[in-house]
Design a protein around this ligand. Sequence first.
Ligand code: PRP
Ligand code: URA
Length: 209
Amino acid sequence: MGRLILLDHPLVQHKISMLRDKETSTKDFRELVEEVSMLMAYEVTRDLPLKEIEIETPICKARTNVISGRSIGIIPILRAGLGMVNGILRLAPNAKVGHIGLYRDPVTMDPVEYYCKLPCDAEERDLIVVDPMLATGGSASMAITFLKQRGCQRIKFMCLVAAKQGVEKLMSDHPDVDIFAAAYDLELNDHCYIVPGLGDAGDRLFGTK
Ligand code: PRP
Ligand code: URA
């Protein structure tokens, strides 16, 4: 069974509170999403394998660790996932980025695919699927299904706010995928928005409402 890992670091929690505040401007919202994503990436990449190398310090030769082997792929779910990419790239600048475009049908709330472009070696990478919001879980689950259909196996999901319903769906559909979140909310409203949540993440990031 996949795990739900909640990042309770005070800096993350503080910034999530600012993101929830409806008075936060588009500019500040965008910066905060990037900052929280960078802080979360530190934890999401904790299990990257290391290898020992020999270097020479100004004092002597020394054996020391660097990240080895497998490289990372970041897969934002469009649109709102785009806001999380730069924060992760600041810690993992060599990561490749693939895009999956999904929107929720406003009537059925089911995800509809409109775009998919992945790194050509996606199946060899450790993939981090990113989207600020995990509400019903439909979008995240469909995106991960696409990746698995294309041969990807090592997948993590990273979001800012995870709702109980979305966590349960993702764990049931993809028990091999760990979920990293900065907040866990219990409810969805009649429009499948997370309560209390932070509103429509895409609109707040891009100023479209
Ligand atoms: C939002 C959000 C997720 C999805 C979550 O995207 O960014 O992708 O809804 O909801 P779910 O868990 O119920 O599937 P939206 O469809 O609003 O598209 P956007 O990013 O283009 O605004
Ligand atoms: N998508 C959002 O942007 N916010 C929600 O609360 C749910 C889905």
